[in-house]
Design a protein around this ligand. Structure first.
Ligand SMILES: [Zn+2]
Length: 75
């Protein structure tokens, strides 16, 4: 139960280290996502994403054309 291996990003499948399980501060603290984005991520993925994916989502979040929540509602 106390596995200390690297985490795996559920979005891109890449290995990364989340600060939640370590002493160093998590790099994801530098990423600012909106409340809607965080709620969407929590529904889609279980766990933390790697810094690269979080940075990508942060960029996408600034573009109103790509809104995952709105897209899911129109389905
Ligand atoms: Zn990733």
């Amino acid at each position: 139960m106390s596995e200390a291996g690297p985490d795996r990003c559920p979005r891109c499948g890449g290995a990364f280290r989340c600060g939640v399980n370590g002493a160093a501060p998590c790099p994801c603290t530098t990423i600012t996502l909106s409340a809607a984005q965080r709620a969407d991520l929590r529904q889609r993925y279980s766990g933390c994403l790697c810094l690269r994916c979080l940075a990508e989502l942060e960029r996408e979040g600034s573009q109103p054309a790509d809104h995952p929540v709105m897209r899911a509602a129109s389905r």
